[in-house]
Ligand binder design. Structure first.
Ligand code: ADP
Ligand code: MG
Length: 299
């Protein structure tokens, strides 16, 4: 017997390296008319590296001590930034203490107790709040801005509520990011959106490189959901592509959600309707096109 078009499309998508979880999803993929992409780990390779280590004067930490403290707190995290911090610490041969009371706040950072100190590692804007309360906070905020102006993700390290230093982290754009954005934009017929928890400066820089003009930065997971719902209220069927725990709610809220498989979080993989197994972003427009062809057979 010949396979029904949607089933052969699923098999075909599999050959492209995209796992489509059901025939219903295969059909819905072709209906999307708006696209929202996450930045870190989705448009970027998701293998970021620590490029700057800046202890704050007065905190009394060396570069190695700052990095080791951050690495201890990040150790249990599966976030790409956490892996970057750990790789840098291991690269310098640093001993990494065991953290207790680890907690992660998606889109913000992590907290843990390290050698009796309450350590927080995360987004400077979130940890410092709207206004820098004192001279140390103001200095930390200025240093964060300097790193971000260079396209870095700035990560603040605090010990017992006091900023002790910053790390600059850089990630490479995926080689197929720009072509994928262009292809998805023309398939959807609307300009793709960038939804990111990262800072507005780094987000704007990357968006310009891939040809995205609609950029929403500094978003928490629920803000990503709100951005998707706003589009859907306007009658759009939104395709969301993401990788993180912070993307899971938006992947669930989307008309169709696709997760990056190689480095994606388990939660994103479970929540998404389809998974990019082979780590090539450019397979997404190919699979949307497959869906449209299969659907043209459905009467
Ligand atoms: P994106 O939406 O670009 O994938 P996330 O929402 O995962 O980014 O993270 C947003 C921001 O929150 C990061 O840029 C970083 O500043 C901070 N953050 C989140 N998790 C961590 C972590 N484990 N360590 C350090 N910073 C983190
Ligand atoms: Mg991400």
């Amino acid at each position: 017997a010949t396979m029904p078009p949607l089933l052969s499309a699923i098999a075909n998508a599999g050959r492209h390296g995209v796992l489509v979880k059901s025939a219903v999803v295969m059909e819905r993929l072709g209906q999307v008319d708006a696209v929202a992409l996450d930045k870190t780990g989705t448009l970027t390779e998701g293998t970021p590296r620590v490029t700057e280590i800046r202890p704050l004067a007065g905190a009394g930490l060396t570069e190695d001590e700052l990095l080791a403290l951050a690495a201890a707190a990040e150790h249990p995290s599966e976030h790409p930034l956490a892996r970057a911090v750990l790789d840098a610490a291991r690269g310098r041969g640093l001993a990494i203490a065991t953290a207790e009371d680890f907690r992660s706040a998606p889109g913000i950072g992590v907290t843990a107790t390290v050698d009796g100190r309450a350590v927080a590692v995360g987004a400077p804007a979130r940890l410092l709040g709207g206004v820098a309360a004192d001279a140390v906070g103001a200095h930390a905020a200025a240093l964060a801005e300097e790193l971000e102006a260079g396209g870095r993700t700035a990560v603040l390290v605090e010990a017992d509520g006091v900023p002790v230093g910053l790390l600059g982290i850089a990630d490479r754009l995926r080689p197929d990011a720009a072509v994928t954005v262009a292809a998805l934009g023309s398939l959807a017929g609307t300009a793709p959106l960038l939804l990111t928890g990262d800072n507005p400066r780094a987000a704007a820089r990357l968006a310009a490189e891939v040809g995205i003009t609609d950029v929403r930065a500094g978003l928490l997971p629920q803000d990503k959901v709100a951005a998707v719902q706003q589009q859907e209220r306007a009658g759009r069927k939104v395709l969301v592509i993401g990788d993180g725990v912070n993307d899971a709610p938006a992947l669930a809220a989307a008309h169709t959600g696709i997760a990056m498989g190689r480095a994606g979080s388990d939660l994103a993989l479970e929540t998404a309707d389809a998974v990019i197994v082979r780590d090539e972003l450019a397979t997404v427009p190919a699979v949307v096109a497959l869906s449209r062809r299969a659907r043209s057979f459905v009467v």
